[in-house]
Design a protein. Structure first.
Length: 299
């Protein structure tokens, strides 16, 4: 069976989709990982070779939520446009019974933030995501899984006094487990689970709390390589933030998102997915919506 992508390795560092310190949970209310980025075939590695993936996202929000899920009374808006190529090498080697692969992702970001009548726009390369290693397993013709470790690096521009930053100025270490059940003529299920260990932002002496999040997709193969369904993410901050050695109280974030998705797969190495996600049940973070397009091009 030919698997066309390595989409497990999609811990994309799309930058901080955040506004300012008014947005509570984690520093600035954002995360190094772009929630909801992944979906179909997330746990299935392709055969050995080089692959190029492209992710495009438009995210917008006009509400900040507090610790009780209520809207913070500020005039707020954010729009982020991201194009992120990921370059993947599936080596052909094995370790612990799994395929070995490596990847790097370089996000190109245009971010606009408005807060209480003050606006700022920045563009550039965001925080780069390096997949140090991923091990892929093919349990049956339909069931696949992957284990991996990503490092989200502080390569994007950052100014602690700015309203808008396209980098977060700290490293995140992210273990990943993903699983996919694939049936072109039936039900398809994909889950990618991640746990983030955030290191200190030395510019602000701020350490964001640890985060657990899951990207998911559920779809049904209808005809001629088309799969339709739903997808999104679930997010929960596990530990409290700390600044100057002191815990920041009542600031843990959470969110859930869901929306329709569609996938087209040629069966010859190219596929594309498109999906829309609406955020809800949000605490201590912006609440908005996202539109994603993802494609893979085998070399």
């Amino acid at each position: 069976m030919t698997i066309k992508k390595i989409s497990y390795v999609a811990s994309i560092a799309f930058t901080s989709i955040i506004a300012s310190q008014a947005a509570y949970a984690t520093e600035g209310g954002g995360s190094n990982y772009p929630m909801g980025a992944e979906g179909s075939l997330v746990g299935a590695l392709p055969p050995p070779g080089f692959y190029t993936l492209f992710y495009a996202e438009r995210y917008s929000a006009n509400a900040l939520k507090d610790n009780n899920g209520n809207t913070v009374p500020v005039n707020f808006g954010i729009t982020a446009d991201v194009l992120a190529p990921r370059f993947v090498w599936v080596t052909g080697n094995t370790f612990l019974g799994g395929q070995v692969a490596h990847a790097i992702l370089i996000p190109l970001v245009n971010l606009n933030v408005n807060l209480n009548g003050t606006g700022q726009t920045k563009s550039g390369i965001g925080d780069i995501d390096i997949t140090a290693v991923v091990l892929g397993y093919h349990h049956t013709a339909n069931l696949h899984s992957a284990l991996g470790l990503d490092f989200l690096l502080p390569t994007g521009a950052y100014d602690k006094n700015a309203l808008t930053n396209i980098g977060r100025n700290y490293t995140t270490i992210e273990p990943v487990y993903a699983v996919s059940y694939i049936n072109p003529a039936g039900w398809n299920m994909d889950v990618k689970m991640m746990y983030d260990f955030n290191l200190k932002n030395n510019a602000t002496d701020y350490t964001s709390g640890q985060e657990f999040h899951v990207d998911y997709a559920l779809g049904y193969g209808v005809a001629n390589n088309w799969v339709v369904g739903v997808g999104g993410y679930a997010y929960k901050q596990i530990t409290t933030d700390r600044q100057y050695g002191v815990e920041v109280p009542n600031n843990k974030g959470q969110a859930f998102a869901i929306g329709p998705s569609i996938k087209y797969d040629t069966g010859k190495g190219f596929f594309m997915t498109a999906k829309y996600q609406q955020e809800m049940d949000v605490q201590n973070r912006p609440q908005g919506k996202a539109f994603w397009v993802k494609a893979i091009l085998p070399f």
